[in-house]
Design a protein around this ligand. Structure first.
Ligand SMILES: [Zn+2]
Ligand SMILES: [Zn+2]
Length: 144
């Protein structure tokens, strides 16, 4: 199965030619926190199975990783959306941000990493007790 995906503004598009890519990790490292406030969901694949079909991702060489090993972080230079990372600690492997996939179905959580670094500023509310806000088009944000 070929999965497709892209950044938020769609300037970058990619194909993932990996039948076996369905295991994802949740990562609480500092880089993922900066990218998404708390954590990333990363689909494990091989770098050579990602084919960029539109645009050219920018590359940031992250040298402040918690593992101490540098990691290439690919992202869109237009919308700033993180796309995938290529850690030097796992040569040939790439970790694609699940949120950038067009179809996010059929994925399975395999492992959580850097859990002691997780941002846990509050206890989750019991299901059904959190205020649920819905925004109609044109409505002011944060008014229920
Ligand atoms: Zn973009
Ligand atoms: Zn991370």
């Amino acid at each position: 199965m070929v999965r497709t995906g892209g950044c938020y503004c769609q300037a970058i598009r990619y194909e993932l030619e990996d039948d076996s890519a369905h295991d994802f990790s949740v990562c609480y490292c500092e880089g993922c926190k900066y990218a998404s406030s708390s954590h990333s969901m990363n689909l494990r694949t091989d770098t050579d199975k990602i084919k960029v079909t539109k645009g050219t991702p920018k590359v940031f060489l992250d040298t402040k990783t918690l593992s101490g090993k540098p990691m290439k972080r690919k992202f869109c230079g237009d919308c700033g959306n993180s796309l995938w990372s290529e850690p030097s600690a796992a040569p040939g492997k790439a970790f694609v941000k699940v949120g950038t996939l067009d179809d996010k179905s059929g994925l399975k959580l395999l492992v959580e990493v850097f859990c002691s670094n997780a941002l846990r500023p509050y206890e989750p509310m019991p299901k059904g007790t959190t205020p649920q806000l819905t925004f109609a088009a044109g409505s002011a944000p944060f008014e229920a």
